[in-house]
Ligand binder design. Structure first.
Ligand code: HEC
Ligand code: HEC
Ligand code: HEC
Ligand code: HEC
Length: 125
């Protein structure tokens, strides 16, 4: 019985630690990604990608070393016309990140993630 209590104690501790770790990493619930250009801005459910789709921060914020200190915008390096220091320009970077994963999960996990232009670049109605 004692061992069981200790184990539960350890488990709770782990959950608490996990919780604080997530809390320490502040991130927006959702954002509108708009780098200028001719396409409509893209609404992005940030929190859902983290908690529900379980995408790790580093998959997207791939140049951020300490996530508790905030992140740089993708567009700081991936500019509309060209990228900084060997970074691909924004359209290529976003499409490689967003669209490629969507194609992958649709093919491998029978998901229905958006892959058509107007499913992401939605004109405001
Ligand atoms: C699927 C990709 C993806 C994942 C996963 C992700 N992010 Fe983001 N995050 C973005 C994008 C895109 C933006 C919009 C900022 C931009 O336009 O560059 C953003 C914005 C942010 C911002 C606000 C930046 C600003 O200045 O407006 C913070 C802070 C942040 N993310 C932290 C995190 C943390 C911490 C995690 C993990 C718990 C995480 N993100 C997971 C893609 C992602
Ligand atoms: C500090 C600058 C910087 C920031 C901020 C940054 N990137 Fe990058 N990114 C780069 C560079 C440089 C490369 C070229 C390859 C490399 O060095 O990793 C790159 C490459 C990429 C690639 C191509 C990777 C490959 O395998 O071809 C993708 C996709 C990408 N970035 C997406 C993003 C997204 C999405 C964000 C924002 C959530 C972001 N990047 C933020 C600098 C940055
Ligand atoms: C590593 C995988 C991965 C990456 C990277 C990713 N997504 Fe997703 N996305 C998903 C999954 C999984 C779903 C859910 C599909 C389903 O439930 O059928 C999804 C769903 C969506 C949806 C529709 C439902 C919702 O939650 O809003 C939008 C819009 C979306 N993603 C936008 C983006 C954008 C924009 C980016 C890049 C900044 C991005 N995603 C990057 C995996 C990813
Ligand atoms: C999974 C979501 C997603 C899909 C699908 C998608 N894009 Fe994008 N695209 C983005 C994101 C995010 C950006 C960066 C934010 C912005 O400015 O729209 C972007 C940027 C762009 C840009 C550069 C910025 C601009 O406004 O000129 C062009 C051009 C573009 N996309 C065209 C397309 C076309 C054409 C298609 C269909 C073949 C498409 N996209 C499909 C997410 C997507």
């Amino acid at each position: 019985m004692k061992l069981k209590k200790v184990l539960i104690g350890i488990l709770n501790g782990a959950f608490l630690l996990g919780g604080t770790y997530l809390l320490a990493q502040q991130f927006p619930k959702e954002c509108v990604i708009d780098i200028g250009g001719k396409m409509a801005p893209v609404k992005f459910l940030h929190a859902k990608h983290v908690t529900e789709y379980k995408v790790s921060c580093k998959t997207c914020h791939h140049k951020t070393k300490d996530l508790t200190k905030g992140v740089q915008k993708c567009s700081e390096c991936h500019g509309l016309k060209e990228g900084k220091e060997g970074a691909p320009r924004a359209m290529l970077a976003f499409h490689k990140n967003c669209v490629n994963c969507h194609k992958k999960v649709n093919a491998e996990q029978q998901k229905n993630a958006p892959t058509k232009c107007n499913e992401c670049h939605k004109k405001e109605s």
